[in-house]
Design a protein around this ligand. Structure first.
Ligand SMILES: CC(C)(COP(=O)(O)OP(=O)(O)OC[C@H]1O[C@@H](n2cnc3c(N)ncnc32)[C@H](O)[C@@H]1OP(=O)(O)O)[C@@H](O)C(=O)NCCC(=O)NCCS
Length: 352
């Protein structure tokens, strides 16, 4: 069988309308816009309204991605939703999304891996395509973290936002899509990002509820150290696997958790910051939605071109990490566009 790749033919994002600024947070907890911007780069985050759920956000992002791909939901072969904040413990939110999309009988599952979930899901989707099992796969990264943070805890509540973003992958024999990946996990650091009483080990009861043990807790300093250590290492592994170097990459799309972590990654890779896509100031950390949302935002703003070769890199709870080289579209002779050089406009490529 000829080698099969998963081309990204559609992408779409959904962010809730409601914006919560740092100044709004100043009225809720003992914090300041200055502290948040200095320590994280975050200026605002979007927060789901009372009627919105993970399923509604995921479905809207998916509809937009399917429209862009010009694909009917019924033609999907598989739906994967990367999320840790589904509507219910069971059923998996992926089945609700499948139903709401009208993707009758299409298999669907959730991949629950925190902030690295989307890259794990993209890699999984690619395996189904390269094996020949499926042709059309929808991958969604969605998170409704505002309902899992303690809005009285300034250590965490300033960091997260809600969003969903989706990619449609379609089989092709032209080299594109995921060219390589690296994934890893170190459960010895599991306590560093944890919602202790939101699972079966510690069922919620009056006392865990009272202590807020169902909310996300984080050892920020440890996560920071881990992130700055792992981003460069996993990136190099993905590049080596693809037989590429950083010079062959147009844009790096890191997990959008904290601007200082991205700056540290830039220093460790000896690269200028303008090689990194940054959206954390607008959306904060949207966990599994962070990387696909950043890519959708970059495509919209023109910061990412349709024929770009991207390095995606993420870290998160687990602790886990993942990276991948993603070639957005097949191109005959790939050209690297750095520092905003003469890359073609999206409109030229869309109609090409
Ligand atoms: C969370 C994070 C921004 C904190 O920044 P930091 O420079 O490490 O700050 P520290 O945790 O050392 O806290 C310094 C002080 O700021 C305070 N502080 C924490 N949050 C604050 C806030 N929102 N506003 C004001 N002060 C705050 C702390 O209480 C502490 O005060 P103290 O010295 O009196 O105890 C940073 O550690 C971080 O980004 N870590 C990674 C988090 C992450 O990426 N998580 C997602 C993983 S997917």
């Amino acid at each position: 069988m000829q080698k099969r790749y998963g081309r990204i033919t559609g992408w779409g994002a959904y962010v809730p309308e409601k914006v919560l600024t740092n100044h709004d947070l100043e009225k809720m907890v003992d914090t300041s816009d200055e502290w948040i911007v200095q320590r994280t780069g975050i200026q605002q985050r979007h927060i789901a309204g009372p009627e919105e759920t993970n399923a509604t956000m995921s479905t809207e992002a998916a509809r937009r991605a399917l429209a862009k791909a010009n694909l009917d939901a019924a033609d999907l072969d598989l739906i994967i939703v990367a999320t840790t904040t589904g509507d219910h413990l069971t059923p998996a939110v992926s089945s609700q999304v499948q139903h709401m999309l009208g993707a009758t009988d299409v298999p669907a599952f959730v991949l629950s891996n925190g902030c690295t979930g989307f890259l794990y899901a993209l890699t999984t989707a690619q395996q189904f395509i390269s094996s020949g099992a499926y042709d059309n796969v929808l991958v969604i990264g969605a998170e409704l973290l505002s309902r899992y943070v303690d809005w009285t805890d300034r250590n965490t509540c300033v960091l997260f936002g809600d969003a969903a973003a989706a990619f449609v992958l379609q089989a092709t024999t032209e080299p594109c899509g995921l060219l390589s990946f690296d994934m890893g996990s170190d459960g010895s650091g599991s306590q560093h990002i944890i919602a202790p009483a939101a699972g079966s080990a510690e069922p919620v009861n009056a006392s865990t509820f009272e202590e807020g043990r169902h909310f996300i807790r984080m050892n920020g300093r440890e996560v920071f150290k881990f992130a700055t250590r792992i981003l460069g290492t996993t990136s190099q592994r993905s590049l080596a696997q693809a037989g590429l170097s950083l010079e062959d990459i147009d844009r790096i799309v890191p997990h959008q958790a904290n601007l200082r972590i991205i700056q540290a990654a830039a220093r460790s890779m000896d690269l200028p910051m303008d090689r990194f896509l940054v959206t954390v100031h607008k959306y904060a950390n949207t966990s599994a939605a962070s990387i696909p949302l950043a890519i959708c935002d970059g495509l919209e703003s023109g910061e990412i071109k349709l024929d770009d070769r991207l390095l995606l890199v993420s870290f998160g709870s687990g602790l886990t990490w993942a990276s991948a080289v993603l070639q957005m579209a097949p191109v005959q002779s790939h050209q690297v566009y750095t520092n905003g050089a003469s890359a073609p406009a999206i409109s030229e490529l869309v109609t090409a």
